[in-house]
Design a protein around this ligand. Structure first.
Ligand code: ATR
Length: 275
């Protein structure tokens, strides 16, 4: 039996074991996925332990995504640029780090909403860890522009300077972005603003939102943030963070097994557990 898992702190609320154990069963693979609580100061030992035990692959979550990099044997180019690893594959004893968060977001956006990003005007809200993966993944999509807005504008500017794929990007303050909101086809919140318990908060005001705009929020607790509620009220097409969570997991599963699992089923399981 092959062993898989996720390391994080806290980890007891992780929905990954449910999602992956079901996917292994459905694929007819004799494997078990476990959630491991790993404190920051034990990360190095934990990674060595994973190797010693021959764990076939594991996910990495808060607070270890960046800290784990020096303890792995090889880091995929995209994960290195993002500066974070969420998926590790054990290849004959060598631990290889990947990042499926950004691509997971992009796949969820395109496949769940059945949209193409080519030629689209996109606004990202936020410039933190979550924004990095999404921004670099979106940069490959032939979008017309990917603009960033952030409470701290300098962080958005810095992120734009780091991109390696040429794409039109401008950095705005939240106030400027609010004025320009009508220019965008797709607006994505990558900040934690609106997450439980601060469910009344919104990262920006939607006064200038155009009807038919796509508004996606990476938050899934609550399932519908105030931003999505307001956006829906204005006639937007909305998406919550469950899709990104499911697709990052599905892409990790594919790296471990070569099989891309049934994301609709995974999504159903996650929503059931959240609800
Ligand atoms: P994560 O890894 O979840 O992205 P992070 O790297 O700490 O976490 O980034 C958090 C993001 O949410 C940042 O864009 C942050 O804005 P700043 O760069 O100005 O700090 C944004 N954010 C967090 N709390 C916020 C708040 N109360 N109002 C506005 N933006 C906030």
């Amino acid at each position: 039996r092959k062993l898989f898992g996720v390391i994080g702190c806290p980890i007891h609320h992780s929905m990954s074991p449910l999602m992956h154990n079901d996917a292994f069963k459905r694929a007819g693979i004799d494997a078990y996925y476990h959630a491991f609580h790993v404190e920051k100061e034990h990360l190095k030992d934990a990674v060595q332990g994973m190797k010693a035990l021959g764990i076939a692959g594991f996910n990495v979550t808060i607070p270890h995504k960046t800290a784990i990099i020096p303890f792995l044997d090889e880091i995929d180019e995209m994960a290195l640029q993002i500066g974070a690893v969420n998926t590790v594959v054990n290849e004959n004893g060598r631990l290889i780090g990947y990042n499926t968060d950004g691509e997971g977001f992009v796949r969820a956006l395109c496949e769940e909403l059945n949209i193409k990003l080519e030629g689209k005007h996109i606004l990202l809200i936020g410039a933190g860890g979550a924004a990095r993966g999404i921004y670099f993944s979106l940069a490959r999509s032939k979008a017309a522009c990917i603009d960033l807005c952030n409470r701290t504008v300098s962080k958005a500017e810095e992120l734009i300077h780091e991109r390696t794929i040429p794409v039109l990007s401008r950095a705005y303050s939240i106030h400027e972005a609010q004025q320009l909101l009508g220019n965008y086809d797709i607006i994505i919140n990558t900040t934690s603003v609106g997450m439980y318990p601060n469910v009344e908060e919104m990262p920006l005001s939607l006064d200038n939102l155009r009807k038919g705009t796509v508004v996606s929020d990476i938050i899934y607790n609550p399932l519908e943030t105030m931003l999505l509620k307001e956006a829906k009220r204005c006639g937007a097409i909305t998406q919550n963070g469950v899709g990104m969570f499911v697709y990052q997991g599905a892409l990790a599963f594919e790296k471990w097994t070569g099989i891309f699992p049934d994301t609709a089923r995974m999504k159903q399981m996650v929503i059931q557990q959240l609800g």
